[in-house]
Design a protein around this ligand. Sequence first.
Ligand code: ADP
Ligand code: MG
Length: 404
Amino acid sequence: MELKSFRDTELAGKRVLVRADFNVPLHDGKVADDTRIRAALATIERLIRSDARIVLCSHLGRPKGAVQEELRLAPIAPVLEQLLNTYLARNNIEARRVVALSDCVGEEVRQAVVAAGELDIVLLENLRFHAGETANDPQFAKELAALADVYVNDAFGTAHRAHASTEGVAHLLPAYAGYLLIEEVQSLAKVVHEPARPFVIILGGAKIRGKIDVLAGLLPKADTVLIGGAMANTFLKAQGIGVGASLVEDEMLGTAQQMLTLATQHGTELLLPFDFVVTDSIENPSGVSTVAAKSIGANDIAVDIGESTRERYRDEIRRARTVFWNGPVGVFEVEQFSHGTVSIAHALANAHNTAYTVVGGGESVAAVNKAGVFGRIHFVSTGGGASLEFVAGKELPGIKALTG
Ligand code: ADP
Ligand code: MG
């Protein structure tokens, strides 16, 4: 699959719509992890060098087609501006101003885009404030396309979605892949095609739907799959083991059973945690203890993998030659429940010399940063669901639209 880069295209004076992935974690209205913003800088810098006029767009969270004040992209602008200008200064390029607009389509937006100064970079408002974005509405795609002469997709994290800004618009303008997208595809390809074995996948997190079915594509490829997070709760319950008040996706119990059967069929080891850290409350824990998987009480909330499980998972990672990790194995945002996730991060870092290690996913990357091991992971992907689907061998619509 050949992705077209914009590198050799004449872009001077052209307006370029860049679909970036600024879907970053926010805390109290501030950017809590800027990895995805940093990841967009290479493409932006290259476009600046080409004298292109840049219009950035992204989604943030899941506003479901309506304006949600706390999901505006405004908090991204100062962080992007600061990171970008530091990056530009190193290359002796004049500083830019990032101008955040309050909408992403329409006449006012078009005028603001046209009026933007030479040193301005326009940041459109959250695309998902319009229902047409996720619906891949042709009219909405047309309105986005009307803002630019050229389209560059750099949003690997959303490439598994056929949305207006990732798929629709690619058919309406000359379309290219950004540097990040190309780097993602090249780095993940090493995991997809003939990974060095044993190939170990760690799958956790809270987004069960949309991730668990991807296991169907992963199980035939992996030698061992280590399950954690709320994903583990769903698997336990599917086996008839009580998980008390833990987070479970009940509609996915049947799928979980199918995956267990599939693992047996492919001879892939699918490991579930055998002990858990449980609590009575995530926000205000008064009691925290570690219990065996079969002893989770009716009021218990499983929030992390236990110490015995950590040890076993570490062993598997130590033996691996390829490791792919998506989804924290616990509620790592809370210090007390972060130890399992941090131990996985350290295990990957320690495997630096023996395995090709890849981590993907918004929160998973935040966990790698929290553990302080970012530099000891071979490739940190900006995509969670997207990297999972890519590794499972699925064709991502956002990428396909650039090759067709
Ligand atoms: P990623 O962003 O890396 O793709 P997800 O979005 O699927 O991962 O899930 C990340 C979230 O999963 C984290 O915010 C974490 O708190 C949550 N999580 C992990 N384990 C549990 C659990 N046992 N119960 C509830 N939430 C969990
Ligand atoms: Mg996430």
